[in-house]
Design a protein around this ligand. Structure first.
Ligand code: NAD
Length: 482
């Protein structure tokens, strides 16, 4: 089989990185080489930013209705190619094909949604007396730099690109080296649908090379970063040098709180589903279940029984749990399961691959429940980013809230119970950017604002709130001659 080599996409042209180097892309289910991506570096980032800068005035001044039409056409193409995009995403990231199919539909939704908004970004007139006419306009930020992680490359790229383009910004994307083939396919689609050269540029490569060069670039106007807390800290520091605003979407350790009157039989499958999307490699996964002590034993029994039914395997075979993205990620997760044992948690099923030996080349981890977890344990505090769900018992509402808020994160929370007053009181007290009551949407649809409290980041993506992130307000005041 001929190996596909992908270049960077700069100024409307695909080309190898200026250094000529490539990075290998592996199938996490088999460990085999599936493609090579260009190893872009500072010179490629410079060229991409220069192209985005040059394209900016014409794109920012283009008719909003024209931008809307183009975004709508891209959405249709994504839907037409959804099967191929999903196959690529599943192969590259290891995630189950049915989850990748949902990602492809969500990707199209981002373009549909922001296509509908492109010509409705309005300002206000402000009454300050008859001598003046004062009004505001929302202008694009300018050149946006967008650094994307490997877990949901297609969705997260679309989450940033669609609102940026709709509001007249140009874009330079640095996708993750571990998985980005779907982002390159999306770029091809945008180009084929007629997006002008320079409006969207993509520099592939390593985080500490291309990513760091982009974050530190002096000619960007907004830095949109999704990834880990540590890298978020680094890119924020780099952007601070140039006084570039940042939008940070970081990690999570989201709680699902099960109240005494919750229907445990009905919700147990939903709690597992909330915890294990993309084998738990999801920032908004509900990885902690906080259960009222009266329901603890019953819930653990239900969850343990369901855990045994989950099918683990290569993403393209539509399992419940696919491979983790890399061997390093697999080892990290296995390390956390060992740590849980050392910390005194009860490990149910437990980590290391127990299936066919011919799958040992893939980075699989058995889905795992950690029971009897204490709020102070590291496995309760830290983002494991694998198929590991921890369970903590609580005695009353105050304790539930205290444990829910006892991590550095604050991305999503779920509350389950019949007492509307109790669920709502908890929703108000939980520190999280999104709270679901008797449902769990792991980030929710494109219409719902999404972002973190505390170390889960700041700024909001999705929904109408994203327009605040991708535009800046200009106030214009005119003195009227009497
Ligand atoms: P990561 O921080 O290692 O990498 C994210 C991106 O940053 C990649 O493109 C990488 O190449 C790049 N990068 C790495 N080092 C860099 C540097 N020094 N300068 C600039 N760029 C650099 O994160 P990851 O491991 O790819 O993703 C997992 C993390 O992302 C988890 O913590 C997860 O919770 C978080 N995440 C958050 C959201 C959200 O919306 N809140 C969504 C998905 C993932």
């Amino acid at each position: 089989m001929q190996l596909t080599q992908y270049g960077c996409f700069i100024d409307g042209v695909w080309a190898p990185a200026s250094s000529g180097g490539y990075v290998e892309v592996l199938d996490p289910a088999t460990g085999s080489l599936i493609a090579e991506i260009a190893r872009g570096r500072e010179a490629d980032v410079d060229a991409a930013v220069a192209s985005a800068r040059q394209a900016l005035p014409a794109w920012a001044d283009s008719l909003p209705a024209q931008r809307a039409r183009l975004l709508a056409a891209i959405a249709r193409r994504i839907l037409n190619e959804q099967e191929e995009l999903a196959r690529l995403e599943s192969l590259d990231t290891g995630k189950p094909l049915q989850q990748a199919q949902a990602d492809a539909v969500a990707a199209a939704r981002f373009f549909e949604y922001y296509a509908g908004i492109a010509d409705k970004v309005q300002g206000a007139s402000i009454p300050i007396g008859t001598e003046f006419f004062d009004f505001t306009v929302r202008e694009p930020m300018g050149v946006t730099a967008q650094i994307v992680p490997w877990n949901y490359p297609l969705q997260i790229a679309c989450r940033g690109i669609a609102p940026a383009l709709a509001t007249g910004n140009t874009v330079v994307v640095k996708p993750a080296e571990l998985a980005c083939l779907s982002v390159l396919a999306l770029t091809r689609i945008c180009h084929e649908e007629g997006l002008p050269a320079g409006v969207l540029n993509v520099v592939t490569g390593l985080g500490h090379e291309a990513g760091a060069a982009l974050a530190a670039h002096s000619d960007i106007n907004l830095l949109v970063f999704t990834g880990s807390v540590q890298t978020g800290r680094n890119v924020m520091r780099a952007a601070a040098e140039n006084i570039v605003p940042v939008l940070l979407e970081l990690g999570g350790k989201s709680p699902n709180i099960v109240l005494p009157d919750a229907d445990v039989d009905a919700i147990a499958p939903l709690l597992l589903k909330a915890a294990f999307p993309h084998a738990g490699q999801t920032c908004s996964a509900g990885t902690r279940v906080l259960v009222h002590r009266s329901q603890h034993k019953k819930l653990v029994e239900r969850l343990s029984a369901l855990l045994k039914t989950l099918k683990v395997g290569p993403g393209l075979q539509k399992p419940d749990i696919g491979a983790l993205v890399s061997r390093a990620q697999q080892q990290k997760v296995e390390g956390y399961i060992d740590l849980a044992r050392q910390e005194g948690a009860t490990v149910i099923q437990g980590g290391v691959w127990q299936g066919d030996t011919d799958m040992a080349a893939g980075s699989f981890v058995m889905p795992t429940i950690l029971d009897d977890v204490g709020a102070g344990m590291r496995v309760h505090q830290e983002e494991i980013f694998g198929p590991v769900l921890s369970i903590v018992a609580f005695d009353d509402e105050d304790e539930a809230v205290r444990i829910a808020n006892a991590t550095e994160y604050g991305l999503v929370a779920g509350v389950w119970g019949k007492d509307v007053g109790a669920t709502h009181r908890i929703a108000r007290r939980v520190q999280a950017g999104q709270v679901f009551i008797n449902c769990y949407g792991a980030g929710g649809g494109v219409e719902l604002p999404f972002g973190g409290y505390r170390k889960s980041g700041f700024g909001r993506e999705k929904g109408l709130d994203a327009l605040l992130s991708y535009t800046q307000v200009k106030n214009i005041c005119i003195r009227i001659e009497s």
